[in-house]
Design a protein around this ligand. Structure first.
Ligand code: NI
Length: 162
């Protein structure tokens, strides 16, 4: 396991590229997922997508405080509702903004062995699932943001980075 360097917006255009579908569920994939989880926890984030560590593969790790979730080739099956809330990104340090996301989503994905799984999330987990899946398509939250959160507003709430 190792901490990998997190790519920042504006410094590397890999964040804007479309990640490739994972076809091989091998040891190398396991190492990537382990490293991604270590990197996410080290950075105090709640989610991390492979392009954020410079790897164009459709892999995501998430932990919103309910345990680690690993998603390979994730796709949103359905979503409902809409919530506007604060969001941040480990690739856009020092900044937070409001973004409208679904209240609830259901995602199909594969686990590290290639088995098909489904994950349903509400609230922060739904937000995080959408944020990370966007990363796989080169989309950053700043593309969808409504408004920046100022320091004054920031003092009033605690947010998460993904
Ligand atoms: Ni992010």
């Amino acid at each position: 396991m190792a901490i990998r360097k997190i790519v920042e917006m504006g410094k590397d255009d890999i964040l804007r590229k479309h990640a490739r579908k994972v076809e091989k569920f091998d040891k190398r994939l396991g190492v990537l997922l382990d490293d991604m989880a270590d990197t996410m926890y080290e950075a105090d984030g709640v989610g991390l997508a492979a392009p954020q560590v410079g790897i164009l593969k459709r892999c995501v790790v998430i932990d919103v405080g309910e345990g680690l979730i690993e998603l390979i080739n994730p796709e949103i099956l359905w979503s409902e509702g809409e919530v506007v809330d604060a969001e941040g990104c480990l690739s856009v340090p020092g900044r937070r903004a409001t973004v409208a996301r679904p209240e609830k989503v259901r995602v199909h994905a594969q686990d590290r062995k290639g088995s098909h799984i489904e994950v349903e999330g509400e609230g922060l987990l739904a937000r995080c699932l959408c944020h990370e899946i966007d990363h796989l398509d080169g989309i950053l939250y700043v593309d969808k943001m409504i408004e920046d959160i100022t320091d004054q507003m920031r003092d009033e709430e605690e947010g998460e980075n993904a």
